[in-house]
Design a protein around this ligand. Structure first.
Ligand SMILES: [Zn+2]
Length: 265
C-alpha cells in the first residue's frame, strides 16, 4: 500500500517498522463498503436447517448446513445475481461448487454439491435452485458449505441483515423465495406530502399524510377515484393499513398497474 494513503499518525508509526502491518490495517480508512445485498438462507422457503460456524473452519466465517437426510436436497441462490463459477474440483476442497456474483464486490459460495442446476453467466433470483446438497470434494458427509465474500475476503454471514451465530450451531428458517401477498412501495411526489384517505378516493376524509420517500406496505389494491400524479393517471388505490388508502400514481412499486400477488381489496 503506498505511503500517501497513510494519515500523519500512521506515517509516524510506520517509522517504527515492526508496526507497519498493524498500523496499515487499523488506522487507514478503507473505501466505504457499498450496501450489501439482502442475503437469505440458501434453501427453499420455509425449510429449517442447522447451521454451524466454528473458528477452525476454512474460511473461518463459512457456515456448514445440515438437516436430516439432506443429501440431494435443493440449494437455492441466497440473493439475486449472476452465476460466475460452476466448477468441479474433484475430490479436493469445495468439490462441485457454484459462485454467484451479486455486484458491489459481493459473492456467495455453495460447495460440496452433488450436482449443478445452473451454468456460468446465468442470472438467478431468490429461490432459484442452483444445485443439490452433496458430499463432493473434501467432505466427510453430505452438507452445504456456504460463504459470503466481499472483495474476495470471507465475511461474517448475515441473513436479511441479521448476523449469523458466531460461534456455534443454530437453526435457520428460510424466508427465501417465499411468495408474498403484500407489496412494497415508496411514496414519490414532487416534494409535497401525500394525503392518506380513509377510502379509495379523493372524496374520503384525510386521515394522515406521508412524506415524499416514505416506504409503505401495500395490503391490497382496488379501483377508486381517477388521479393524475407522478406516475401518470390511474384509478388504482393502495390500502396501506386499516382504513388508510393512497393513490397508486404517487407510489413507486416497480409495476405499472396492479402488483402481481397483491390481492384486490
Ligand atoms: Zn464447510
Amino acid at each position: 500500500m503506498p505511503d500517501r494513503w497513510l494519515n500523519p499518525v500512521a506515517a509516524r508509526l510506520v517509522a517504527a517498522g515492526a508496526l507497519v502491518l498493524f498500523v496499515v490495517g487499523v488506522l487507514v480508512p478503507a473505501a466505504p463498503a457499498m450496501a450489501a445485498p439482502t442475503f437469505k438462507v440458501p434453501f427453499p422457503c420455509g425449510q429449517s436447517w442447522s447451521g454451524q460456524t466454528r473458528s477452525g473452519h476454512s474460511p473461518a466465517n463459512a457456515i456448514d448446513f445440515n438437516r436430516t437426510n439432506d443429501a440431494g436436497d435443493p440449494v437455492v441462490a441466497s440473493a439475486p445475481g449472476t452465476v460466475d463459477r460452476v466448477t468441479d474440483l474433484g475430490g479436493t476442497s469445495y468439490g462441485k461448487y457454484v459462485r454467484i456474483n451479486h455486484g458491489n464486490g459481493y459473492h456467495t459460495y455453495y460447495a460440496h454439491l452433488s450436482g449443478f442446476n445452473v451454468s456460468v453467466g446465468q442470472s438467478v433470483g431468490y429461490g432459484k435452485v442452483i444445485g443439490w446438497v452433496g458430499s463432493t470434494g473434501n467432505s466427510s458427509g453430505a452438507h452445504l458449505h456456504y460463504e459470503q465474500r466481499l472483495n474476495g475476503a470471507d465475511i461474517k454471514i448475515r441473513f436479511s441483515g441479521t448476523l449469523a451465530l458466531y460461534w456455534g450451531t443454530k437453526t435457520y428458517t428460510s424466508g427465501n423465495g417465499c411468495s408474498s401477498n403484500t407489496g412494497s412501495g415508496t411514496v414519490r411526489t414532487a416534494g409535497a406530502n401525500l394525503t392518506v384517505r380513509s377510502g379509495p378516493g379523493t372524496g374520503y376524509s384525510a386521515v394522515g399524510s406521508l412524506a415524499n420517500g416514505a416506504s409503505v406496505t401495500i395490503h391490497c389494491q382496488t379501483r377508486g377515484t381517477t388521479v393524475t400524479g407522478t406516475y401518470g393517471t390511474s384509478s388504482i388505490w393502495n390500502r396501506i393499513g386499516a382504513g388508510r388508502f393512497i393513490a397508486d400514481v404517487y407510489v413507486y412499486t416497480g409495476h405499472d398497474g396492479f402488483i402481481p400477488n397483491v390481492p384486490r381489496c
